[in-house]
Write a protein that binds this ligand. Structure first.
Ligand SMILES: CC(C)(COP(=O)(O)OP(=O)(O)OC[C@H]1O[C@@H](n2cnc3c(N)ncnc32)[C@H](O)[C@@H]1OP(=O)(O)O)[C@@H](O)C(=O)NCCC(=O)NCCS
Length: 169
């Protein structure tokens, strides 16, 4: 199993997971294709066997101090094995490489699994967007922020203390 940069050729595999994961909040194929193709984004897929099992997207325009986690999702039977964290760390590494200083994201107020992942990587809640997600009658978004300098320093310490552990597998 491996992570690799995504292209629009991966659209079908990505959209199958997108629709299953986000239901009424899922992006359209056209919106996803445009985001993957944008020069301001970077998408990564996780493959296991012959198929795409997860994906994640970052928006980090050249020269911008801000980056955004656009999306992240795994097939339902692929969750809980550390690959969500691996995908998120791949995005944060790319944001660092592109010179971003802060990374922002929106997460549903009722998505405790994703919030737990983000908090464990160092994201902190900074705001709330009422009724941001239209499905289910409107669910609030929690806005979260990560300072990349602290994230990089943390991993420089912990990776040195535990050699052999990779950010991405
Ligand atoms: C959110 C998501 C990407 C996490 O990926 P994952 O591979 O299941 O998560 P991991 O196995 O890497 O776990 C990383 C951390 O996430 C949190 N987490 C994962 N599953 C969880 C669950 N069922 N309940 C609570 N926390 C959970 C934990 O903090 C976990 O750390 P730990 O293993 O040290 O306890 C995945 O659940 C998913 O695809 N969900 C549907 C799509 C989605 O909600 N995307 C986020 C949009 S903002």
């Amino acid at each position: 199993m491996s992570l690799r940069e995504a292209t629009v050729a991966d659209l079908d595999g990505i959209m199958a997971i997108e629709r299953m994961s986000f239901l009424g909040d899922a992006w359209s194929t056209a919106v996803m294709e445009a985001d993957i193709a944008s020069p301001h984004t970077w998408y990564v897929v996780w493959e296991e066997g012959a198929g795409i099992r997860g994906y994640a997207g970052l928006r980090a325009p050249a020269g911008s101090a801000d980056a955004d986690v656009q999306t992240i999702a795994l097939a339902a039977d692929a969750r809980g094995r550390g690959q969500g964290r691996a995908l998120l760390r791949a995005l944060l590494s790319e944001a660092t490489r592109r010179g971003a200083r802060e990374v922002f994201l929106d997460v549903r107020d009722d998505n405790t699994a994703a919030q737990s992942l983000y908090v464990s990587e160092g994201f902190v809640p900074i705001g709330r967007r009422p009724n941001y997600y239209p499905a289910d009658g409107g669910v609030d978004a929690i806005v979260m922020k990560l300072e990349l300098r602290g994230w990089v320093a943390h991993h420089a310490r912990t990776d040195a203390a535990a050699p052999g552990q990779e950010w991405c597998t």
